[in-house]
Each structure stands twice: as structure tokens, then as C-alpha cells.
Design a protein around this ligand. Structure first.
Ligand SMILES: Cc1ncc(C[n+]2csc(CCOP(=O)(O)OP(=O)(O)O)c2C)c(N)n1
Ligand SMILES: [Mg+2]
Length: 592
């Protein structure tokens, strides 16, 4: 026990937990903690971006790269309200961060002091944040901090990870008490739950009897760090693997067994295999609308005709969208290890599944014949495929892509081949604009020796342009590739398809003639102290990217992309009550 200020208790705990960064923005509410962080500045670095949203996206991306959490710090009232969207994003993608928020002094609770939310309850930020975190804690005395900190960290990392809020009234930072700083909490994956032996046996029975088996892997496989086990099982059983974006790279996507993403913007072979499989084993994947063609039968999946083995850590995901024939509540890696041991024990004499693999090969060939020629085309404005292809050619296997939202992301989901897990960061469940442009900064801090490239639409980037300042201030050499199509084109295309080509509020124009408008992104970057190039010809992009990565300085590439070329649809996406009749403007891939 020692006599400590609340702010010192928090700081000491963060140090014990080996949290190297706090991404935070000051306000009168949190100056007490900032002062304690001043004393700890050798152990914990404060990075202060220009908007709270960026701080939280950075923390989210940092966790996705390292699987180790960092904290954010925001002040009372508006500053903390600015992190609601990124917390929702982190929650829906199971990413952990400790959001420390400040609140008004307890002695002023309910007096409506500056920046208190109190219409229904005193100092009520926990009610604002509650739906978007795993848990919110509001310790109102210094002696409540040790338990709150310990529980916050454990809640964040145990089971399915996610963001947690620690809401601290102003005086709790300042006041002193005799307290003991808790020991460090176990890291992610310290506790792993397995399946029961009879469940493993049942899973092996079902899966080994399949004629047309498929595995579908999601973020759960990434989070449990089960890439090695997944690869081993896929190879041992010769089973094709479909992946959700946050599962990309768990199986090297250049592996012939990797079929890529599924759904409207997925790969043709993945949708064909998904809907024709006789047994699907889904691990740490949740069959959201975008990876299940909005659950329309026969587009991506065909349950219940297809048998489903569904493995997940979270009981809420088992049976949410499809009732599994075998639902197993387990950590992905533990389950895979158990199943591998069972498979090895049985040493099954399996048929080669020649017909199944022959089908898959044909689907892949017809898809390749359709899409590949476009990867070779040089044009201005640039064809989307070229940008994906050149990123793939220039970036090393361990480079990290921080993807933003929009049609640009659709292209990467369809064609990016991640070579390793945790190298493609996606705002998947919540799709919050700004995640890629801001998250790249956090990703780079998590992996300073690896190239880190944000792929951000012009619309997304313009939501968080101040990331440029943060990169310069803290010398964070990320590369932003601005996918500049002069509009919120993903939404424009929905308007065109669904509403007879009537466009309103989705393209950027200026003047009476409606001239396409955007700021000069490269000029904007240079004005902020960031190197930049504008790329209008596809012939120039590859060299520009190579140069930007090699420069090892913050670098922006403003890349002008053709807004009239859409990713081919291979599945479906429906917005009820609109009937599904290819509502999104674009082309549908049908093999010849
Ligand atoms: C914060 C936020 N606001 C609005 C949306 C809805 N939305 C999804 S994609 C999109 C347009 C993205 O535009 P851009 O970044 O230019 O990408 P593009 O589709 O043009 O490639 C919008 C507005 C969102 N997902 N997040
Ligand atoms: Mg755009």
C-alpha cells in the first residue's frame, strides 16, 4: 500500500501492463492524468492527434497489428463523445482498447457544471458509451480504481476482445488514498477454452465424411493466432478455405486452397464453393450480411441443405444467422489443435475429392479469364484493378494495409492477397469512414519496421485530413494512397442502380457547371509538411508507390481512379424491402 493520487494509480497500472502509448487529446477534465503521464513520459508516450476519432482508430489498429492493447485519453463531454463511432467500430470488429474518459468532479454531479451530461442521471457518459463498449466503469473514489482497472483490462482481453471504458471524474485523478496498484492482467489469449472430446469427435465425423467440404474463417482465427494450425488442417485434409476480410492471410492467400472472400464482392470460386458445399466448417466467422449475400439462399451459402459446423468463442454468434448442425463454443486455435490431433489419430483414408477440386479449378479459371485482362490495362483515369495489382507488386509480404471504406475497399476485398495474418486491417462490421486513414498511424507505431499503407477514398480521407499533422509531429512514416474518384462513389452507385440513375449528394462538384471538385490533396499534404505526388496515369503509380515507401517519410499519393468501373458481383447484397434484382449498379459475373 502506498499513498497515491488517482492519476498515479492509473499511470502505474498502465506501466505494469506494459502499455507503451496513450493516444489522447487534452481538455480541462483530464489535465490531472496528463500531469501524471508527464512523470511517466519515459515509459509511456503520449501521442496527441488532432481529433479524438483518430486517437481511437489508432488504438484500434495498434491492437489489430500487435494483439496488445493501448489506451486512449479524452476529456469530459464533447471530447469523449467524439470517440463513440470508433468505439462502435472496435466493438463490432472485436478490437480491444482502453478508453479512459474524464468526467466532472463528483462534488458537482447533478449541478449541471460545464460539460456534464445529466438529463437522466449524473455524469452520465457511461450511458452514452454503454452500447459501444464491452463494459464501462466509473470509479468515483481513488480506492475504487484498483478493482476498476483490473476488471477493465480483464474484460477487454478475455474471451472475445473489445473496447472498455474507464470514466474518471476530475477529482479522482487528483485525490489521494492508500492503495495497491494491481498486478498486470493476463494478455490476450492467456486463457483458452476448448471443445468437449465428444464435440471434437462429432466434428471429425461430419467433416471427414464430406464430399465437398469448405472452411470459412473469420477474425476469430486471426485473434486466436491460429494461422499455423489452420494451414496445417487445410493442407492435411485438402480443404478449400474461404475468408472474411478480418481473417485474410491466416492462410496465405496465394495458397491454391485459398478461395478468398465470399459475398457480393467476393470471388466467384468462393461463392460457388460456398453454395455447393455439403459441409461447411466456420471458425470465428459470423456470417454477416456482406459475407452471406444478405442470407439469400443459394447465393453464397445453402444452409440448411449444407451441414454447418460452427465454432466460435461467443455464444451470441452461434446460431445468430444459421442454425448450426454442430455448434461449438471454443477458442479457434484450441479447437483447431484438438481437431488436428483427432485427425492424426484417425489417419483417415480419404477420397481425393477429385471432382470437388476439379470444379473449383474450373470456377477459378473462368473467373481469372474474366478479371485478369483488366489487371494489365493502362489508362487515365486509372482502372481500379491496376492499383490493387501494383500495391501487390510493390509491397513486401509483411506490409500492413489499413483499409478505409467504400468502393475502393470492395476492390481490395475481392482481389487483395494477404500473405500473413494481421496485415490487412478492415473496418468490417461498422464500416466507419476514417478508420484506414487514421488507423495507419496506429499500425505504424505497432510495427515501426514494416511499410504501412492506408488505402483511403477521397471521401474517407477528407473526414480525417488532420492525420497529416500527426504524422509530421510524431514522425510516423505512413503512406496514404488516396483513391480519388471525386465522390462518395460506393453510395452514388447504389443511387444509380436503385433509383433510376438519380444522383444527389454523392458526388463532389463545384460551380454552376458542376465541375468535379476535390481539394488538391497533394497540395494539402505539402502544406502540412508531408511529401506528396498526384498520379493520373496508371503507368506512374507503381514507381510512385515504390518511391513513397522507400522515402520512409509520411507520404501522400493522390491517385485519380476511374469512377465508372465497378467491381464485378459474384454474390448478392440486399437492402429490404428492395427486392434483390442486382440493386447495385454494376456488372454481374456469369461464366461463359
Ligand atoms: C462515418 C461514416 N459516414 C458515412 C458512411 C456511409 N458511407 C459508406 S461508404 C461512403 C462513401 C465513401 O467515399 P470514399 O471514401 O470516397 O470511397 P469510394 O466509395 O468513393 O471509393 C459513405 C458516405 C460511413 N460508412 N461512415
Ligand atoms: Mg470516392
Amino acid at each position: 500500500m502506498s499513498r497515491m493520487k488517482g492519476a498515479e494509480v492509473i499511470t502505474e497500472y498502465l506501466i505494469k501492463q506494459k502499455i507503451p502509448y496513450v493516444f489522447g487529446i487534452c481538455g480541462h477534465g483530464n489535465v490531472g492524468l496528463l500531469d501524471a503521464l508527464y512523470d511517466a513520459r519515459e515509459q509511456i508516450k503520449l501521442v496527441s492527434p488532432r481529433h479524438e476519432q483518430v486517437a481511437a482508430h489508432m488504438a484500434d489498429a495498434y491492437f489489430r497489428v500487435r494483439h496488445e492493447p493501448v489506451a486512449t485519453l479524452t476529456s469530459c463531454g464533447p471530447g469523449s463523445c467524439n470517440i463513440i463511432m470508433p468505439l462502435a467500430l472496435a466493438l463490432s470488429d472485436s478490437s480491444a482498447l482502453l478508453a479512459i474518459t474524464a468526467n466532472v468532479p463528483t462534488s458537482q454531479f447533478n449541478r449541471s457544471p460545464f460539460q456534464e451530461i445529466n438529463r437522466h442521471f449524473q455524469a452520465d457518459f457511461p450511458s452514452i458509451v454503454r452500447p459501444v463498449v464491452k463494459r464501462s466503469f466509473q470509479p468515483t473514489r481513488v480506492d475504487m480504481l484498483p478493482l476498476a482497472l483490473r476488471k477493465a483490462m480483464a474484460t477487454m482481453l478475455a474471451g472475445r476482445p473489445g473496447p472498455v471504458n474507464l470514466d474518471v471524474p476530475f477529482n479522482v485523478f487528483q485525490e489521494e488514498d492508500d492503495v495497491e496498484v494491481p498486478a498486470a492482467t493476463p494478455p490476450l489469449n492467456a486463457q483458452r477454452s476448448g471443445a468437449a472430446p465428444e464435440e471434437i469427435s462429432a466434428a471429425a465425423n461430419l467433416f471427414l465424411a464430406a464430399q465437398r467440404p469448405v472452411m470459412f474463417v473469420g477474425h476469430g482465427v486471426t485473434l486466436s493466432e491460429a494461422s499455423e494450425e489452420l494451414t496445417k488442417l487445410a493442407h492435411q485434409l485438402h480443404v478449400p478455405v474461404i475468408s472474411s476480410p478480418n481473417g485474410f492471410g491466416c492462410l496465405d492467400m496465394t495458397d491454391p486452397l485459398s478461395l478468398g472472400f465470399i459475398g457480393r464482392n467476393g470471388c466467384y470460386a468462393a461463392n460457388e464453393a460456398g453454395r455447393r458445399a455439403d459441409v461447411v466448417m466456420a471458425i470465428g466467422a459470423r456470417f454477416d450480411d456482406r459475407s452471406a449475400s444478405s442470407w439469400l439462399p443459394g447465393y453464397s451459402w445453402n444452409f440448411p441443405q449444407t451441414k454447418l459446423i460452427h465454432v466460435d468463442l461467443d455464444p451470441a454468434e452461434l446460431g445468430r444467422n444459421y442454425s448450426p448442425d454442430l455448434g461449438i463454443l471454443a477458442d479457434a486455435r484450441t479447437f483447431l489443435r484438438q481437431l488436428l490431433a483427432e485427425v492424426e489419430r484417425r489417419a483417415p483414408q480419404r477420397e481425393a475429392m477429385t471432382a470437388w477440386h476439379e470444379d473449383i479449378r474450373k470456377w477459378q479459371e473462368s473467373w481469372d479469364a474474366f478479371v485478369k485482362p483488366n489487371f494489365e490495362v493502362h489508362a487515365s483515369p486509372i482502372r481500379p484493378e491496376r492499383i490493387v495489382a501494383d500495391c501487390q507488386a510493390v509491397l513486401p509480404e509483411d506490409a500492413i494495409l489499413a483499409c478505409d471504406v467504400g468502393v475502393n475497399h470492395n476492390w481490395y476485398m475481392q482481389f487483395w492477397k494477404a500473405r500473413r495474418p494481421q496485415t490487412m486491417l478492415n473496418s468490417w462490421g461498422f464500416s466507419g469512414m476514417g478508420f484506414g486513414a487514421a488507423g495507419a498511424l496506429g499500425a505504424k507505431l505497432a510495427a515501426p519496421d514494416r511499410p504501412c499503407v492506408a488505402i483511403a477514398g477521397d471521401g474517407c480521407f477528407a473526414m480525417v485530413p488532420h492525420v497529416l499533422c500527426t504524422a509530421v509531429e510524431y514522425d510516423i512514416p505512413v503512406v496514404w494512397v488516396i483513391w480519388n474518384n471525386f465522390g462518395w462513389v460506393s453510395i452514388r452507385d447504389i443511387q444509380l442502380g436503385m433509383f433510376q440513375r438519380r444522383e444527389l449528394g454523392t458526388m463532389f462538384h463545384s460551380g454552376a457547371n458542376k465541375t468535379p471538385y476535390n481539394p488538391d490533396f497533394a497540395g494539402w499534404a505539402r502544406a502540412s509538411g508531408v511529401d506528396a505526388l498526384t498520379v493520373k496515369r496508371s503507368e506512374d503509380f507503381k514507381d510512385a508507390l515504390e518511391h513513397a515507401v522507400k522515402s520512409n517519410r509520411p507520404f501522400l499519393l493522390d491517385v485519380h481512379v476511374d469512377a465508372e468501373i465497378r467491381p464485378p458481383a459474384t454474390g448478392a447484397w440486399q437492402l429490404p424491402p428492395t427486392p434483390y434484382n442486382e440493386p447495385v449498379f454494376g456488372q454481374r459475373f456469369l461464366p461463359t
